[in-house]
Design a protein around this ligand. Structure first.
Ligand code: SAM
Ligand code: SF4
Length: 363
């Protein structure tokens, strides 16, 4: 078997190399991998962390993904939707705290009213902020026309996780009801790029039925599709979802955590100039999980700035962290923790993906 140190010397990783790196079990080998990824991050991006304020503004969703706590079939969830004024107050909070942008996330809705509402909301946010303030959307699958309208209204970034690049696995974790199609999701990702967005995708790690080969193909997919930003993290079970029935197939939480860390590190080596988020799901397993994500090559964090009273109703998985803290507390403790690991929160840059800037220049 080829040594990890030897693989890390290579300019280009083969599929076999990626499988080998994701399969690491030796602690020393994992440290070597993380060190390599961090040195690449340091030389391309620096010891920097970009923050985006995450606003989970509504949990209404028409979809029924088998893994998600706010799926439409979960009747135990109290549904909510923030008003435009409430969202604008949160935007004001973000600006006061020198955040250079926000992420607007919700369940998936698809209607003319929704398209219209979001278009107006983007315009209101643009009017309340300086023109450079970045708006990222994470509102699921929409038509090309809708993506284009929102982009033209002023949103610059869009996040749509492919969840898995394996169509077979996709079918196992979504209902076959005509609303959940792998091909449609793929097409949506292409349309997001076409509309001009800085494009983000990602996958869940440690799903039941998922193999190391699936995850390897996920990383290759992200590279082939020329993705600018990635958010990927461990799958975490929610007791009121159908996928919970397969919890016996899951690897232990710490294994899921370490595999997620290796996914981040390998991706950083494969794509030195993209933005990679260190996700909240990492923090659910290990209290300093997001900081360890940064040490493995991630460079973005999305502190939750949703008003406290709504947080308990946006539980995608059990034991979600930061649901009892006011947004300021979260930001405060984040700052201290990031300093502790020798990284710096960048307050005077927008933190656009360098990959996007290079991609646009080449086009
Ligand atoms: N509805 C939009 C969509 O699906 O693209 C955006 C919101 S959705 C809650 C955001 C992401 O949450 C999904 O893409 C999925 O990867 C993640 N998610 C949902 N349930 C999860 C779980 N049980 N464990 C980890 N991540 C989960
Ligand atoms: Fe809805 Fe997104 Fe959850 Fe699927 S993952 S049920 S689309 S909120």
């Amino acid at each position: 078997m080829i040594a990890v140190s030897e693989i890390l010397e290579k300019q280009e990783l083969s599929r076999q190399d990626i499988i080998r790196l994701l399969s690491i079990t030796d602690k020393g080998d994992q440290e070597l991998l993380i060190k390599k990824a961090y040195s690449i991050k340091e030389s391309t991006i620096g010891r920097k962390v970009y923050l985006r304020g995450l606003i989970e503004f509504s949990n209404y969703c028409r979809k029924n993904c088998y893994y998600c706590g706010i799926r439409s079939g979960n009747n135990k969830v109290a549904r909510y939707s923030l008003s435009d004024d409430e969202i604008l107050q949160v935007v004001e909070f973000a600006q006061k705290n020198q955040l250079k942008g926000i992420v607007l996330q919700s369940g998936e809705l698809s209607s003319l009213d929704f398209t219209e509402r979001i278009t107006e909301l983007i315009t209101k946010i643009k009017n309340a902020t300086n023109p450079e303030f970045r708006i990222t959307l994470s509102l699921g699958e929409q038509s090309l026309e809708t993506y284009q309208r929102w982009f033209d209204a002023g949103a610059q970034r869009y996040l749509l996780r492919i969840e898995t690049s394996s169509e077979d696995l996709y079918k196992k974790i979504h209902p076959a009801d005509g609303l959940h199609s792998f091909k449609v999701r793929l097409k949506c990702l292409e349309n997001i790029q076409k509309a001009g967005y800085m494009t983000g995708t990602g996958v869940m790690i440690g799903l039941p039925f998922q193999t190391i080969e699936n995850l390897t193909d996920d990383l290759l997919f992200i590279k082939e599709r020329d993705i600018d930003m990635v958010g990927m993290g461990p799958y975490l079970e929610h007791a009121d979802t159908p996928l919970y029935d397969h919890k016996d197939l899951l690897m232990p939480l710490m294994e899921r955590f370490n595999l997620s860390i290796r996914m981040i590190a390998v991706l950083r080596i494969m794509m030195p100039d993209i933005n990679i988020a260190s996700t909240t799901a990492l923090q659910s397993i290990v209290p300093l999980g997001r900081e360890l994500g940064l040490k493995a090559g991630a460079n973005v964090m999305m502190p939750n700035i949703t008003p406290l009273k709504y947080r308990r109703s946006y539980l995608l998985y059990d034991n979600k962290p930061c649901i009892d803290e006011e947004a300021d507390d979260c930001l405060d403790c984040l700052e201290k923790r990031i300093k502790m690991i020798g990284e710096e929160i960048v307050r005077n840059e927008y933190g656009d993906s360098k990959h996007f800037i290079n991609r646009i220049q080449i086009d």
